[in-house]
Design a protein around this ligand. Structure first.
Ligand SMILES: [Zn+2]
Ligand SMILES: [Zn+2]
Length: 197
């Protein structure tokens, strides 16, 4: 469990590197979220800046998906980088108390204060350690396609007979021999023959 719950006191100014292979279970991922094949390889770099802890890293693995068009199950490589910020959750104190705390800390800190970027996802921690699993779970879900496709040109299933059109055409779209058009054609030919006589 060490990699998912690093102690705040272990995150020194030099940063803390964490890496390991984690199952979907360990990340709190259920098959309803994303089904992970085997383990995800997670590499994280934790760095304290001010009162926040910046987490950057890379997550790689294989996820099982189901194509929204043909319903086929397929495995997909997952690889993404993440960049999030953890801040200590301030309990029961109003915004004034929080501001006071921040100001006190800022006075003692180095000038590298305004490095915060607005687009970093924000998470909170309490106590003496971070809980990384909920964040990683969310990031894996965010990195997953809303509408997975087995192939960008997947032809899907026939709406009438359910045949997988990737395997060829079904009979629904084809004009069956002896259909109305054939009958019409033969009738025309017969009429032409009659006229010639
Ligand atoms: Zn498909
Ligand atoms: Zn069909």
């Amino acid at each position: 469990m060490g990699i998912l719950t690093p102690k705040i006191s272990d995150i020194t100014d030099e940063g803390l590197s964490l890496s390991g292979d984690l199952t979907g279970d360990e990340l709190g991922l259920t098959d309803a979220d994303v089904s992970i094949r085997g383990t995800m390889s997670v590499g994280l770099e934790l760095r304290p800046i001010e009162r926040s802890i910046y987490v950057t890293g890379v997550v790689e693995g294989t996820a099982g998906r189901q194509c929204v068009r043909c319903l086929k199950e397929f495995d997909e490589q997952v690889a993404f980088s993440l960049r999030v910020v953890y801040e200590r959750e301030v309990k029961s104190t109003g915004p004034i108390g929080k501001r006071d705390g921040a100001r006190k800390k800022k006075a003692a800190a180095s000038p590298t204060t305004e490095e915060e970027e607005p687009n970093d996802d924000l998470y909170y921690f309490t106590g003496d350690h971070l809980d990384l699993a909920p964040m990683l779970r969310e990031q894996v879900i965010l990195a997953s396609p809303m509408h997975p496709l087995c192939a960008t040109d997947c032809r899907g299933l026939c709406a009438r007979c359910g045949y997988d059109l990737n395997g060829g055409s079904c009979l629904c779209g084809e004009e069956p021999s002896g259909g109305p058009f054939d009958v019409l054609r033969t009738m025309k030919e017969k009429l032409r023959d009659v006229g010639r006589r």
